[in-house]
Ligand binder design. Structure first.
Ligand code: FAD
Length: 350
């Protein structure tokens, strides 16, 4: 029986189908865990948990990087206020710092909300009394795990990097801690499967293999939210609706391309795997922020809850639509057309 090493530090080697304890002198006993030839299936129970946890690591680092950058932006005095010429002012007053802070805040909220939704579906997949509901939730979890892992860790890196940028020169040196967040974030896109591997899993096992069926159901749920957005009054909801509806359309178009061209055009489709994962992350995150904005709107209309918090939820979702969902059509174009250019040059001419 062949065992793959998982955890050397504990002196235990485990594989999907066997656990092996060994002594100092090379003696070893293998134990069968579960049924033979079911190892890959068992391994994915462990891998899904590990990948989800690393996705959350991306969210956690992003949140801490944001908190640190926000505090610094309130304290650091530099430059003049563009509107009235007063100064020096705290750098939070500069529009570009505001933009970077909003990129950090909105994407962290989007990633966290998506991770929570997937965690709740994971519980329902295990415990829901209705077998069809358990299956539906499991399909959703399986589809979304590579997105939570791949997207949240890639964006976690970008957010940690924005944190360094907001600190200026102080961010590059170690005293502030901003650079440490970037270093900590860097491993998250590598271990438990690199982003490339998550993206291949997403387009292959999770979409092409089932003809995009689970994703189609997710897109239908997104379209339902887009309709609810369209029914809300005000400029912020108009912008949010326009950005989100375009994003969902872009995702649906790119997914159809992946599902229909996967076998015939396998190399070109795989060139688009990571851009597709990013597209799916951006639109799925926008879906959650849109849902949050709708709840906030209902609370404001009913005079319930913290009005400042609810208004910030709506403004954050609108920012996300203008700055992140706006990228969705471009990413879809890359997924659909980007293969030929990437593969055109001969390997030895690169
Ligand atoms: C700090 C640290 C801690 C770790 N801890 C553990 C641990 O506790 N347990 C454990 O088992 N492992 C652990 N690892 C290993 C880790 O999981 C691997 O490093 C990771 O999965 C990447 O594999 P690799 O290093 O072999 O890179 P490679 O597989 O060589 O990847 C190199 C590049 O090629 C790309 N690539 C490879 N194959 C494909 C493909 N088919 N399609 C597209 N792109 C591809 C990758 O995306 C990457 O960009 C750890 C690694 C580090 C750095």
């Amino acid at each position: 029986m062949r065992c793959v090493s998982i955890e050397h530090k504990l002196g235990i080697h485990a594989s999907p189908t066997c656990v092996m304890a060994y002594g100092d002198n090379g003696g070893a006993t293998g134990y069968l865990v579960g049924r033979e030839n079911e190892g890959l299936k068992y391994m994915f129970v462990m891998m899904n948990a590990a990948r989800f946890a690393v996705g959350l690591e991306g969210v956690a680092i992003a949140e801490r990087a944001y908190q640190r950058a926000l505090q610094y932006a309130r304290e650091r005095l530099q430059g003049r206020d563009l509107a009235d010429g007063s100064g020096p002012v705290p750098i939070i007053r500069h529009p570009d710092i505001r933009r970077m802070l909003m990129l950090m805040k909105s994407q962290t909220e989007a990633m966290r909300a998506l991770a929570y939704v997937v965690a709740a579906a994971h519980d329902a997949a295990a415990r829901h009394p209705d077998a069809a509901e358990r299956q539906r939730n499991q399909a959703f979890v399986d589809l979304m795990i590579p997105v939570v892992k791949g997207w949240s860790t890639e964006v976690g890196n970008e957010i940690a990097s924005l944190g360094v940028q907001i600190h200026g020169g102080m961010g590059f040196i170690e005293e502030t801690g901003a650079a440490q967040h970037l270093r900590d974030a860097r491993i998250t896109t590598i271990y438990e499967g690199t982003t490339g591997i998550q993206a291949n899993d997403l387009i292959g096992r999770k979409i092409a293999r089932e003809g995009g069926a689970t994703l189609k159901a997710v897109v239908a749920a997104m379209q339902q939210v887009a309709q609810e957005l369209a029914a809300q009054p005000g400029e912020e909801f108009a912008a949010l609706h326009a950005g989100f509806a375009r994003g969902v359309e872009a995702l649906a178009g790119a997914a159809t391309h992946v599902a229909t061209r996967f076998s015939e055009d396998i190399l070109a489709v795989h060139v688009g795997a990571v851009p597709f994962l990013r597209l799916m992350g951006i639109v799925s995150g926008g879906w959650q922020l849109a849902r949050a904005a709708l709840v906030a709107q209902r609370k404001l209309a009913a005079g319930e809850g913290d009005a400042g918090f609810c208004k910030a939820k709506i403004s954050t979702a609108r920012f996300y639509a203008d700055h992140l969902l706006a990228q969705a059509p471009g990413l879809a174009a890359t997924v659909i057309k980007g293969g030929a250019g990437a593969l055109a040059i001969a390997e030895d001419a690169l």
